[in-house]
Design a protein around this ligand. Sequence first.
Ligand SMILES: *Cc1c(COP(=O)(O)O)cnc(C)c1O
Length: 402
Amino acid sequence: MLPAAEPAPGPSTAPGGPRPRAEAVVDLDAVRHNVALLSGTAARSGAATMAVVKADAYGHDAAAVARAALESGADRLGVCTLEEALAVRAAGIDAPLLSWLHLPDEDFASAVAAGVELGVSSREHLAAMLAGARAAGRPARLHLKADTGLSRNGCPPGEWPALVGEAADAVADGFAEVTGVWSHLASADEPGDPSIDAQADRLRAAAAHVRDRGFDPLVHLANSAALMTRPDLHFDVVRPGIAVYGLDPIAQPADSPLVPAMTLRGRVALVKTISAGEGVSYGHEWVAPTERTLALVPLGYADGVPRRLNNRGRMRVRIGDTIRPVVGRVCMDQFVVDCGRPGELDVAVGDTAELFGTGAGGAPTAREWADELGTIHYEIVTGIRGRVRRTLAHPSVGGNNG
Ligand SMILES: *Cc1c(COP(=O)(O)O)cnc(C)c1O
């Protein structure tokens, strides 16, 4: 086994006590809803669903999301690293599980012993995995990864015959099974981009080569965006990640059937009134135009609230039923909300300030943050960390919060 990992930096899960000052609430019913929708779409084209729970389920808690996904239509799980895979196994989850980004000197014996399927991108990696399989005394289940044009992980076409040949030899020797052939798209979030079909054609050719060697692998290509827009590219398995978490990879129409699973909120730590003309936060970038009531929220950039989010003064939070602007710079530990003239908003210490969530009632969303920052919501939800406590709403019956 790998040595026990240090606890990952990031939201911890600790029930009980007063409501936390800063909390990422993960609604596992939203995950179930999204996975049911996505796996239903996949099933209509005869494809199975691999829920991607890498990066601690995009910051949502890998074990909890994996359970919820498997309860609601997912057949398999996907992660990036062996550590992530073994953590899923350590949580008692024995579903088919693929890990895909490795160094050749990693502990493949433990992974094979734990029944983790391995993405293979080179002969060097394959040799290391086969050594692990020998040490584990059982065959490695391999998903040969073709680089069909992303030029990132995966085996380029010129090296594919050699990789497939060595995998076939290992199968003959009893050290391997060729379980899958797969690839990953460069521009799935731009439907109509010609690279999508070009990559699919190269994957078909790579799979045909493997079938010619007598194997019958699972073929897979589609991430969330391709799952949602290209049913003709579902092949045997789809690999949704971001959509599992309720975030639409392309656009989030008001009537999106996906439900964002993570709500980030803090509790108001201090309420005060300042005079007209007083500056707020470092650099006094905002000056009170009139006498003003301010609410202090104890989250900052150390917790994953980007400092530049309020550069243009467009960050908003929901307090009660009202959406209020953040004023002045976001600091390491805190930011300030303008609650208007004294008496305008009924706000008290301990109240909840919602930073992002489902967007109901026009409240801010992770997408809004991403748009403001010129990035994608993937980066927002995976970036929540520091002192934010993660709370699981609607966990699995019989499951735990770990
Ligand atoms: C992260 C990842 C996915 C999931 O992608 P989404 O865009 O989040 O759906 C699928 N496949 C691979 C190889 C990935 O790395």
